[in-house]
Structures are given as C-alpha cells and as structure tokens.
Ligand binder design. Structure first.
Ligand SMILES: NC(=O)c1ccc[n+]([C@@H]2O[C@H](COP(=O)([O-])OP(=O)(O)OC[C@H]3O[C@@H](n4cnc5c(N)ncnc54)[C@H](OP(=O)(O)O)[C@@H]3O)[C@@H](O)[C@H]2O)c1
Length: 287
C-alpha cells in the first residue's frame, strides 16, 4: 500500500464496482477501497489481466471480499451480461466507479456500428450506470464516480456527427468522449436529485499509466505524466469514500478541487441531445 493514498473512510458493508480495474488508476482505486473494507467487484475484458488484478487486490488489502466480473465495454451484450451477473449475486451497490477508457488512432466501429471511443468511453458509462441505477437508488447514499479528463475542455460534440464519420482524429474523439462524460454527469445528477444517490466527475491529473497499451490502434500515452497511479487515483478514491463529499452531486473535480468545467459541458440542450442519441444507440440494452 503506498503512503500517499491513505484510507479516508471505513467501507465495511459497502459494495463497490470499479471498471477498468486491471491497471492504472482503476487498479489502485480497487486496492484502496478494498483496504477500507469494501466488497470490491473488479471488471475486466481480459481474463488473465483480470485474475492477476484480483490477486493483487486481495494480497495488498488483505480483504478477500473481492471478485472479478468480465465485460468488454465496447459490446452492449457484454455490458448487459456483466450487470445481470452482478445483480444475481448482490442486493446492493454503494459505489460505482466508471473508469474504463481508451482511445484509437484509427476510426473503428463496434459490432453494433458505433464508433469505438464513443462506445467505450461514453456509452460504456451511460449503459452501465442506467442498468445499475435502480440498485444504486435502493442503496442509501450511494455514489457514482465518472472518470473524465480535463481534455474535455478541447472537446466539441457535433450532434450531427457524434460518431465522427467525417474527419476522424483519435485525440479529438477522445476529448469529445470526455466532454460527453461531463454532459452525462450533469444530466444524471439532475435526474437523481432527491434520490440520495450522487454522481460526480473528475480529472485525475496527468498520470503515467498503461493507457492505450492494450489497444493496438492507440499511440496515446501519458509519458509527460510524472504522477504515479497511486497518486493519480486519489481523486476517485476521495469521491468514492470521503465523508467530505457526502451529498455533493453534479460537480466536476480537477484532482480533489471542485471547479467549473468547460462552458459547453453545461449546455443542457446539448446534454438532452446526447442523452436522446445515447438512448437510441443503446436501445438494445436499456429497455
Ligand atoms: N492517465 C491519465 O493521465 C489520465 C488523464 C485523464 C483521464 N484518464 C482516464 O482515466 C481512466 C483510466 O485510465 P488509466 O490512465 O488508468 O489507463 P489504463 O491503465 O490503460 O486503464 C484503462 C483501463 O480501462 C480498461 N479498458 C479499456 N478498454 C476497455 C474495454 N473495451 N472494455 C473493458 N475495459 C477496458 C483497461 O483494460 P485492459 O487492461 O484490458 O487494457 C484498463 O483496465 C480512463 O477513463 C482515462 O480516460 C487518465
């Protein structure tokens, strides 16, 4: 356990899902939440990497209330199968950390014809959260964490070309997907008002992780990131577990400081269009 990300809360009795928990800040988050006593559900697309992460979480935390579920967030049937498997086993969900993310140099489409970055980085969060929403609302003071990025500031969502059919650029698609994370967070916060469930988004900092390494079509790296994943995971651990943010919802945290995100991220009409289109693209998954 590193010295910088100290436990801030007791999570005994809480059930947490951390997506993208095979490496980087997702793995560190899972380890820290497990160390605070939570039951941790790791989510991975690759079984070997998932099992290795699970073993690391158990060893590092000494908490064997940890399990692995498989999900490839580019596949809607896979998201449905993962959330159903979770619901079969658990009766509560206290913390959902939407963290899995990627980027691709080349414009790729999922089996359902959705541009891959939008599918994994935005629809992955959108569908997972919506499919687990009833359970989150039934769990007192539950929290949804959305791992976005300050690169959302460079994002621009064109409602007529959300899939980047024209003029695709991997970095642009990534920035746009992170803007989508914020539009989603703010609209979901409005929907959840009064429910007891909170949702907040964050920029974790610029961190040296394996980001993009397992995606053959990505050369996005964060080599400029001098921050270790142990330090970089602090914001999502804070938003997941700290009593300081209890009841706070619909906010953007740059690392651990609450601040305003880009002007476009507060565009409610754009958020409505994105929501509507996301419902259409996920109509097979969300009934
Ligand atoms: N690093 C930074 O400086 C930085 C800055 C801003 C925001 N972020 C955000 O932080 C989050 C975590 O990134 P990281 O830097 O920790 O990178 P990372 O080490 O590459 O972690 C990304 C995680 O997402 C998983 N993932 C990717 N595509 C997936 C898919 N289709 N289905 C299931 N899982 C998938 C990866 O699984 P595999 O092991 O199978 O690849 C991995 O566990 C991302 O949302 C990223 O956008 C990072």
């Amino acid at each position: 356990m590193n010295q910088e990300a100290k436990p801030v809360n007791n999570l005994h009795g809480k059930v947490c899902i951390v997506t993208g928990s095979t490496s980087g800040i997702g793995l560190v988050t899972a380890k820290n939440l497990a160390q605070m006593g939570a039951t941790i559900v790791l989510v991975a697309r690759d079984e070997a990497r998932g099992k290795s992460a699970l073993a690391e979480v158990i060893e590092c935390s000494g908490n064997d209330n940890a399990e692995l579920l498989m999900c490839d967030f580019s596949s809607q049937p896979s998201i449905v199968a993962f959330t159903e498997a979770f619901k079969r086993k658990h009766t509560q969900l206290d913390i959902l950390v939407n963290n899995a993310g990627m980027m691709s140099n080349e414009r790729l489409e999922t089996d359902s014809g959705i541009e891959l970055t939008f599918a994994v980085n935005h629809l992955g969060y959108f569908i997972t959260t919506n499919l687990l929403l009833d359970m989150l609302k039934e769990s007192p003071a539950s929290r949804i964490i959305v791992v976005a990025s300050d690169l959302h500031q460079q994002g621009k969502i064109d409602p007529n070309d959300i899939m980047h059919k024209h003029d695709y650029h991997g970095f642009t698609a990534y920035c746009d997907s992170k803007l989508a994370n914020l539009l989603f967070t703010y609209k979901m916060a409005a929907i959840l008002q009064g429910s007891g469930t909170t949702i907040n988004a964050l920029h974790p900092g610029v961190i040296k992780t394996k980001f993009g390494i397992n995606d053959r079509n990505s050369d996005m790296r964060f080599p400029m990131g001098r921050v270790s994943p142990e330090v970089g995971a602090k914001a999502q651990i804070y938003l997941s577990a700290s009593p300081e943010v209890q009841g706070i919802s619909g906010k953007y945290f740059n690392e651990m400081c609450m601040e305003r995100s880009s002007a476009m991220s507060y565009d409610e009409a754009l958020a409505d269009v994105l929501w509507q289109k996301s419902m259409e693209y996920s109509s097979m998954s969300i009934k």
